[in-house]
Design a protein around this ligand. Structure first.
Ligand code: ANZ
Ligand code: ZN
Length: 802
């Protein structure tokens, strides 16, 4: 019979849907298992192989766990608000809702085509008002708790998208989406106080089972550092507070630097001798992004403030004050003491501007470079009461001294910034607030949610950077829920990351219109047991969603402080030749083509076999064909299966071994070696023959990877139910080692025959078996056995003398 994958795959996809095989019921006796993948942005390009890798992997895990007896929730949805859809809509004059609808339909078709075992009754779409009602509701709770605030701030402004970008969306100084120049602009923005959760977002990483590189990246992004704030008097009579992580180096502070936005600059206008030069520098810095300003390789720039100076509080020395863009306004206090002998940036700056360099930690050659080590290798010098101490010893001594003098104190800082939560764009969740001249910002009453995104005729952002909603005066003008007076709606919408910050909760109870999900569902499903997603989402989505979840936990809405128990991450799929897949390189693989040519099972098999799941892997059409051949071999093997109720002696050990291997490998995401084990098993079956009991087990092991083929062959044998709904096969650890081995028999180093003996037989037992072989007995006739070389379980070599 021919392997008609197209017909078979359609047949089983229909059958699974009809029999509701992947439906997840809330409640019941089985243990629950919640498997999650990152839902896609439904772009016009459709599903690509980069989606197929994590989706197939978690589908394999979900399918195996179902066979293990778990009640599995494996849901799918669409993160559908955002710029690409809006930009496409503008260009083609199609409403973004229509574009989204069509793209979702296409994605759904593709996901079904690949045979994923999603529970299709639980689909969420972030642009559905029934969904974003709750996104708005969460925002209102944040607002009511003082965690949402509006402030005017310098923001990253994409000159082409005409849109404010989050810091994370500015990559190498350009817009992550369109590659255009990003400048800084003052803009009033809604912000979310994620910084208030910074410490908990670090601490609670101890409670979860995230792969190490995810934990490290999150910690680095949050960027906790412990240092001190120190007050430097100035010649103007103002106290200038700086933040330093190295208070031990205070005697080496030979100048100070303010960020170009520091408020003291304007305050000192009349005292500053070179005001024109200073303002020119400030204006130039305003146009640069943080990235450009802090790039390490960049040559340092700055201007000395003529006519003002700081005073080093440890020795009373007058030191110059500069402004420079390598000091950021948004970190610490926006001002530093510079210690060129022990900080790389300060050293470079000092060399260029001819500042004094005083060594205070011995151990380097400060003529050549800053000596920055913070461990015990350096001893304090030129530092009065610190002399002779190590850096580690000196830090607490100096902190104590500063505190006693009342000029400094310990301070913890975080690199993490509050989350810019406004977009001046159309295709996003409306922010449910109105502004009243009398009452200020007022939340909409919860009964008025969802605040629907109104229909507009043009989605183009306005030239002044306001949202297209701002032009809809009928919608904008409303009454104040508080005083009934005239009020205006907020016209900014929420950013891309809003909808994805809680979607995993909605899957638990997607049709609820009374709450974001019922308490029963939230308690039953609890934490996501296993969440696999891209490393690129570690610092944004993963952090944002942990923040929202903690907030909901504080409100008593969810029962756990952490949303995800386990987090893993996959490597990228590259094109043939190992380069990133891209339209311009012409190396993009479309899953539709692969499925049309070889079938979904081959596509699934290949994407799991392609290499170590955690590492990047290059596509190979040849290897796809190899996987198709492997499935063909299994298909053809079905014709050779002999009837039997139990494993035969020949295959028993390998079967137990393979069950163990495939079980463990799936749990450890070593999908490629699981498939290799199935290949070995197939080879042995061709070699040694295969009976029904053996083949049945093989189909069960195959089922998570190639579910259509497994169910089809299962049906052909007339077995009850389906391979995909059967119980995962058990193995017996003691049987995973073969009880017998076949060893080579050599005479005088030449292979003569083989014998089968009990595993780990000793030399005497082997010799007994060998001499019982007629062929060997004949060779030994009339000869003396002078030596026996025995390699247990491998070979025996008889040296004979005539
Ligand atoms: C003096 C010093 C001496 C410093 C030394 C370092 C080494 P982390 O560890 O990343 O928190 N700094 C403080 N505020 C800054 C700002 N707004 N922009 C740029 N740099 C700033 O970095 C803390 C160190 O970065 C601080 O410690 C300060 O330089 C600098 F041998 O103070 B240090
Ligand atoms: Zn009012």
């Amino acid at each position: 019979m021919k392997y008609e994958f197209n017909r078979i795959e359609r047949k089983w996809q229909d059958r699974w849907a009809k029999e509701n095989c992947y439906h997840a019921e809330t409640g019941g006796d089985k243990p629950k298992f919640y498997a999650l993948v990152e839902f896609p942005y439904p772009s016009g390009q459709g599903l690509h192989v980069g989606h197929a890798r994590p989706y197939t992997a978690m589908d394999v895990v979900a399918r195996k766990r179902r066979m293990d007896g778990y009640n599995v929730l494996f849901p799918m949805g669409y993160d559908a608000f955002g710029l690409p859809t809006e930009n496409y809509a503008i260009k083609n004059h199609i409403h973004p809702a229509k574009v989204t609808h069509d793209n979702i339909a296409n994605f759904t078709k593709q996901l079904k085509m690949l045979g994923y075992s999603f529970d299709w009754d639980r689909v969420v779409d972030t642009t559905d008002p029934k969904y974003y009602k709750w996104t708005q509701w969460i925002f209102l709770q944040l607002f009511k708790k003082g965690l949402a605030y509006k402030t005017s701030m310098p923001v990253n402004w994409c000159t082409s998208c005409k849109c404010v970008l989050a810091n994370e969306e500015v990559v190498n100084g350009v817009c992550e989406r369109c590659g255009s120049e990003v400048i800084r602009k003052e803009k009033s923005q809604w912000m979310l106080k994620i910084t208030e959760y910074a410490q908990r977002l670090i601490d609670d990483l101890d409670q979860v089972d995230f792969i190490e590189r995810v934990k490290i990246q999150q910690k680095n992004w949050i960027g906790r550092s412990t240092g001190a704030e120190v007050t430097f008097p100035t010649t103007q009579g103002d106290d200038l507070v700086i933040y330093t992580t190295r208070p031990d180096t205070l005697f080496g502070a030979t100048y100070m630097v303010l960020s170009p936005e520091h408020p003291y600059i304007a305050r000192w206008k009349n005292a500053i001798g070179n005001w024109d030069q200073v303002t020119a520098y400030v204006e130039a810095a305003a146009r640069k992004s943080d990235f450009e300003r802090t790039e390490l390789a960049k040559e340092k720039t700055g201007v000395k403030l003529e006519g003002v100076a700081g005073i080093n509080p440890v020795n009373g020395k007058k030191i110059p004050i500069f402004i420079s863009d390598y000091v950021l306004v948004s970190y610490g206090t926006g001002a530093i003491m510079a210690v060129p002998a022990h900080d790389d940036r300060d050293w470079e700056f000092a060399k260029k501007f001819g500042c004094e360099i005083i060594e205070v930690v011995q151990g380097g050659d400060i003529e050549k470079a800053a000596f920055t080590l913070k461990d015990d290798t350096g001893i304090m010098v030129n530092s009065d009461f610190l002399n002779g101490l190590t850096v580690k010893e000196a830090i607490p001594v100096m902190k104590k001294w500063l505190e006693e003098k009342g000029i400094g104190h310990e301070k913890v800082n975080y690199k993490l910034r509050d989350w810019v939560f406004s977009r001046q764009r159309y295709w996003g969740e409306p922010i449910p607030l109105v502004h009243c001249d009398k009452c200020g910002w007022v939340p909409l009453p919860e009964e008025q949610l969802p605040l629907l995104l109104p229909e507009v005729s043009s989605y183009e952002p306005t030239d002044n950077g306001e949202s297209p909603l701002a032009t809809m005066t009928d919608w904008v003008n409303t009454t104040c829920p508080c005083c009934g007076g005239p009020a205006q709606r907020e016209t900014d919408t929420m950013p891309q990351w809003a909808g994805s910050s809680w979607y995993f909760l909605r899957y638990m109870d997607p049709h609820n219109d009374k709450a974001l999900a019922s308490q029963e569902a939230l308690r039953y499903w609890g934490q996501v047991d296993w969440y696999n997603g891209g490393m690129e989402h570690t610092t944004l989505h993963l952090l944002y969603s942990r923040f929202w979840h903690k907030f909901l936990y504080d409100l008593g809405v969810v029962p756990y402080a952490e949303p995800y128990h386990k987090r893993t991450s996959h490597g990228m799929i590259l094109g043939e030749g190992g380069e990133k897949m891209s339209k311009s390189r012409g190396n993009v693989v479309n899953p539709n083509d692969v499925v049309a040519q070889y079938g979904a099972d081959t596509m699934r098999m290949y994407i799991m076999f392609i290499g170590d799941f955690e590492k990047a892997a290059a596509w190979s059409d040849n290897a796809v064909k190899g996987c198709k051949r492997f499935l063909d071999r299994i298909w053809n093997l079905a014709e050779q299966v002999t009837p039997a109720e139990a494993y035969g002696k020949e295959n028993e050990a390998l079967l137990h071994k393979t069950i163990k291997k495939v079980s463990d490998d799936i749990e450890n995401m070593k999908f490629n070696t699981a498939i290799a084990a199935l290949m070995t098993l197939t080879n042995q079956f061709y070699d040694k023959g295969v009976n029904q009991a053996e083949f049945r087990t093989m189909l069960q092991l195959l089922s998570p990877f190639a579910p259509h083929m497994a169910d089809e062959l299962w049906e052909r044998f007339g077995w009850e139910g389906m391979a995909s709904t059967s119980a995962w096969p058990a193995y017996d650890e003691s049987k995973t080692v073969a009880s017998e081995v076949t060893i080579a028999v050599q005479v005088g180093g030449k292979l003569k025959t083989t014998v089968t003996v009990a595993t780990d037989s000793d030399q005497d037992a082997v010799l007994a078996a060998v001499t019982a072989e007629a062929k060997i007995a004949k060779l030994m006739e009339g000869k003396e056995l002078v030596k026996v070389i025995h390699v247990p379980n491998k070979l025996v070599n008889l040296i004979l003398k005539p």
